[in-house]
Write a protein that binds this ligand. Sequence first.
Ligand code: XIL
Length: 385
Amino acid sequence: MPTMLNRRDLIVSAAGLIASAPLAPALAAAMPDAAGTEAAALKDVAARRRLRFGTALSFGALTRDPAYAALVARQCGLLVAENEMKWQWLRPTPTTFAFDRFDAILGWGEAHGIAVRGHNLLWHQPKWLPAWLNAYDFGSAPHREAERLLTTHIDTVTRRYGTRIKSYDVVNEAVNPKDGTLYETSLSKALGGTEPTLDLAFHTARAAAPHAQLVYNDYMSWEPGNDAHRAGVLRLLEGFRRRGTPVDALGVQSHLITQGLPTASHVAALEGPWRAFLDAVTHMGYVLVVTELDVRDNMLPADIAVRDRGVAEFTRAYLDVTLAYPQLTDVLCWGLADRHSWIEGFEPRRDRAPRRPTLYDTALQPKPMRAAVAAALATAPIRTG
Ligand code: XIL
């Protein structure tokens, strides 16, 4: 068959050329090409490299914002419920489950041919567990009762969804970023330690959902100040391997934080420790998943054009380094448009200018960050596995 280059091939190779120069992503992001417009859906750009692209979606956004839901359906090949599988949402009481909201998201994803990940089976921090569980009376045999609660939860959720869910964040954020130690919860205290608790979570998930990819998910990132967090995550991952705990992948949340307009030397300084971390993780045999990409536009001026450019450049630089690992096949954003991002509520800007953490603005128009993600996906090495 004769080789014919279509318009998108040309754009892709142009982006590839640009990507070879340091911080050229800035240029790619600013280029008025198909990557920044709606010409090619992100899921299709990703699929050409055998990658998947997706987002978190909440029940509220799905049911109350049809234009946004349509955008998600158009762009995404992968979904995750933003909150609806977490204990706080799923477990109103010790004896009941409230599945309707998660069911609605899963059903919608399936109706649109979009795979849905499970997030999460145990967010191992007291502040993210239901109040009833933090105050729970584990009775005279606390170890047995904690085991029963945890295994019942994981069994019930994973068996309900069966092979409809092929990847779970089994444990979320068990490492304290301050010092790399493991958090304790009422469950782990009753069970006799955090490691046995996390191990039990993974073993239970493996037994109940043997088909599923099992992920440890955390937010250790590449910015300065994350050394203790990364070291703690590495220790945890080493421990899993040593003890034979069935963990397949590290979920790299990727809640990025800019520190001004990124320069080549700034990015180079971040890249070294980040590569060292990802090298260590992949050498242990773990797969990588980018699970929650968004950007806090810190130390960037309020001016939207400048800010968006800084965010796009930083995202592109980060994805180029991270997507170089062939063990990474899925990239999910934590919300696709600024009007459905958690960042404004979690950490507003000091100058109160509305945050712009995602790929599409509040009017659902694509931003430079969208072009940056498209270009990074388009130029990622093709997955062969
Ligand atoms: C956040 C949601 O976006 C918010 O709506 C909720 O109030 C708190 O949780 N890391 C995670 C996600 O693993 O589950 C978090 O989601 C964001 C940080």
